[in-house]
Design a protein around this ligand. Structure first.
Ligand SMILES: N[C@@H](CCC(=O)N[C@@H](CS)C(=O)NCC(=O)O)C(=O)O
Length: 271
């Protein structure tokens, strides 16, 4: 949600540039966009092409997202935000979860992303989601990433991923293994559906009620936004083959994941 007057904006959100017509696509940055929109905090987006992330983040004094010798050492990652807290103090925060903690602390009168007492459980959920769903989506979706990026971003992505993983991107999931990989994604979403069904029971609904609920009941939390961000990634990227990607996922379980994204619609504004 953008502020109408740029000089009132104190939050700058750094997202990854894409080619015209694609818009925001990265699951990691979508988590932060959903959080900012949910809290109704005015912000301005600065889109950065992949090869420019490192110099831009260094210029802002940001910390690297992670360090991995196999990835050439320090890797600067998005999402990041800068917040002009006062005339002479600007904070730079990197990493979607750290940004969520910061926003909850800095704007206590906005809805909580990590409700008090749930920090550990949210982390457990995120780890589970990453290991059982996100990792399989990544193997499939990363192969399509260059198609969504600006030309410099696409060249950077192809070069770095080939170096980091010592394998050309197009060989990550060979054609004859794609169906198997999609089955892993489907199995993960099946387990996730069972978790959301428990949240329905908490709300006094039947497990098979078609109503979409949030994992903690009445209000969305960071965990729900991680799920939404992954669904948006699938929707934006992995659509180049018939019967795969969003075409398939949106039909699974009687369309419950399409209904889930519909419920997130109020927090999906792009700028
Ligand atoms: N855990 C981090 C992951 C961030 C991340 O890995 N971002 C990727 C894009 S999705 C990135 O910026 N990579 C930089 C690069 O590949 O050079 C988060 O959720 O913020």
């Amino acid at each position: 949600m953008s502020s109408s007057s740029s000089d009132q904006q104190v939050i700058t959100f750094y997202d990854i540039a894409s080619k015209p017509g694609v818009g925001p696509w990265s699951p990691n940055t979508w988590k932060t966009r959903l959080c900012l929109n949910y809290k109704r905090l005015p912000y301005r987006t600065e889109y950065i092409s992949y090869p420019d992330i490192k110099p831009r983040m260094q210029a802002l004094g940001a910390v690297p997202g992670y360090n991995d010798p196999a990835h050439g050492g320090d890797v600067y990652t998005l999402p990041a935000i800068t917040v002009r807290e006062s005339e002479d103090k600007t904070e730079t925060i990197v990493d979607s979860l750290k940004i969520a903690y910061y926003l909850d602390a800095q704007y206590p009168n906005t809805p909580r992303l990590i409700p008090p007492g749930t920090r550990a459980l949210q982390l457990i959920f995120l780890r589970w989601f990453s290991q059982n769903i996100q990792t399989h989506v990544a193997d499939l979706a990363c192969m399509s990433c260059p198609q969504a990026l600006d030309s410099r971003g696409a060249a950077y992505f192809l070069r770095t991923r080939t170096q980091w993983y010592n394998q050309p991107l197009e060989e990550w999931v060979p054609d004859d293994k794609r169906a198997e990989e999609w089955m892993k994604v489907r199995k993960g979403f099946g387990m996730l559906a069972m978790m959301y069904d428990q949240a329905k029971i908490d709300k006094g609904l039947d497990e098979d009620d078609e109503e979409t609920v949030w994992i903690m009941g009445d209000d969305p939390t960071f965990a729900d936004f991680a799920v939404a961000a992954c669904l948006l990634w699938i929707k934006k990227l992995v659509t180049d083959r018939p019967g795969e990607g969003w075409e398939a996922v949106s039909q699974w379980a009687g369309g419950r994941w399409a209904r889930f994204l519909d419920k997130c619609e109020p927090y999906m504004c792009e700028d």
